[in-house]
Every structure is written in C-alpha cells, then in structure tokens.
Write a protein that binds this ligand. Structure first.
Ligand code: SF4
Ligand code: SF4
Length: 168
C-alpha cells in the first residue's frame, strides 16, 4: 500500500500532466469556424451538393446511361435521355441527359452515384446550404448543378442549349 506522500506526488503528477495538455491546446491555433461570417473550410473529400461536369471541349460528360440512378439507394435521381444529333450535340456520347434532377429531400450523400458513373460526369461539390422550408426547392435540376461553360470565343454547337431552362 502506497504511503500518503507517494499518493500526493502521484496525484500532483497526474494533475500537472493534465494541465500540460490543457496549456498545449490553449497555445495551438483555433479550429473554430466563424460560419456564416466566413466560409467554412471543408476537406477535399467532403460530399456536398453534386456537380455535373463537362469535358475539355465543354461538352457535358453525362451520357444518360442511368447507372447513377440505378445505384442510388434513395431513388432520388430522375433522368430523361435524349439523342445527340448532327446539329445539336450536348455530350460526347450518343445520348445526353435532357433532364437530370436530384431530390435533396431524399439524398443521403452516400456517393454511390459518383462511384457508379463511368464518365466521371457526376461528382460531389462542397456546397451544403440546401436547407429549406419549401421542400419543392430541394429538387435540383441539371441547370443548377452543371458547371458553367468555360470562357471561349466559339462555344461547341448545341452546348448553350444545355444551359437553357428545361421547362419542366
Ligand atoms: S449521393 Fe447517394 S442518395 Fe444521393 S443521389 Fe447519389 S446515390 Fe443517391
Ligand atoms: S451521371 Fe454518369 S452514371 Fe449518371 S447517367 Fe450520367 S453518365 Fe450515367
């Protein structure tokens, strides 16, 4: 059995060790986010609101293969496919997504759609401000998720049509 002096030294040592950790943390830089006054910092792997990508020619990468919709466990992806034509070419494949909606009332940000996509057309962005009192605003359309066309003097034929409201 330890004598009282040994117990006292042991307790003081434990307290000193604990306070050492406290002081070390006090001196290290703060990690508190000042959101919404400052934009929050998120990790690169953060799964936020989806982004529909374009290829190096400005064409939409989505070829309307429906694999993302098939992989989605929440059944929240709605796609309508259309054929590219000689005069109107939207994607690099045979088809493109005329309508591409994601219902964020149901999306659980699992990333399965991103993994299923064979053309890397759908990715997770870092957007997270999707809360709303009106659930109908949480159905996002292709036009809201598609990356803007890069600045160029002559846009690819038909590419601008993809940015026009779908009218649905
Ligand atoms: S992240 Fe998951 S739930 Fe959301 S659309 Fe993709 S597959 Fe569906
Ligand atoms: S986003 Fe990818 S997986 Fe989904 S329909 Fe388009 S090409 Fe296919």
């Amino acid at each position: 059995m330890a004598n009282p002096l040994e117990e006292l030294i042991e307790s003081a040592s434990a307290i000193a060790k604990g306070m050492g950790v406290t002081f070390k943390e006090m001196m290290s830089p703060t990690v508190t986010e000042n959101y919404p006054d400052e934009p929050p910092k998120v990790q690169e792997r953060y799964r936020g609101v989806h982004v529909l990508q374009r290829d190096e020619n400005g064409m939409e990468k989505c070829v309307a293969c429906f694999l993302c919709a098939a992989a989605c466990p929440s059944n929240c992806i709605y796609i309508e496919a259309a054929e590219n034509t000689e005069t109107v070419r939207i994607s690099g494949g045979e088809r493109y997504a005329k309508v591409y909606n994601i219902d964020y009332n149901r999306c659980i940000f699992c990333g399965y759609c991103v993994e299923a996509c064979p053309t890397d057309a759908i990715t997770h962005g870092h957007g997270f401000e999707v809360a709303s009192f009106n659930t109908s605003t949480l159905v996002m359309r292709k036009e809201q998720m598609l990356v803007p066309l890069p600045h160029r003097t002559s846009p690819p034929a038909g590419a601008m049509q993809a940015l026009e409201p779908a009218g649905h």
